[in-house]
Design a protein around this ligand. Sequence first.
Ligand code: SF4
Length: 177
Amino acid sequence: MFLENITLQRVLPCTANKNKIKILASLSTNVAELMPYINGTISSAVYNREAGWITFRMGEKIVTLYDRKVAVTKLLNEMDAYETLDIIKNTINEIEAGKDRITPSTETKKMPTPLDIYKMLPKKNCRECGEMSCLSFAGKVLTGQTKLEKCKILDEPIYEKEKRKLEDIFEMFGLKD
Ligand code: SF4
């Protein structure tokens, strides 16, 4: 078997959702060489070859693989963590076993632009976040000069879908701590 074990190392509160947890785990095998194949298989994957990580969505969860580590966010509890790590292990082994049929990809998805972020904001230009407009907020949140949480309008139930999307984008592109 390519990847024998994934060992849970740390359990932390999830930054994106305080009712959930995030975990760090170690991999028994270095998966760096498999990353282009994962990128070629999983459509949601964002691969950063230079930095040596690939991140992808697994349902609600965001999985980030490094050479010998994996981080997973938005887990319900430790039981969910163990089940998810098992799924990740099986997915990695399946991709490795089917490598001959996969076209590897080193393509890195484009970072979102302020306009991409703006499209998901409430567009009220109410200035409650301390910025002059939603577009200005979008630019600043992308460069880390402000935080997504500052837009309280996004907490309204009507924007739940957009807020979740924005949190995922920030997490997947490593724009969130
Ligand atoms: S609080 Fe939200 S809706 Fe209001 S200006 Fe800032 S980003 Fe736009």
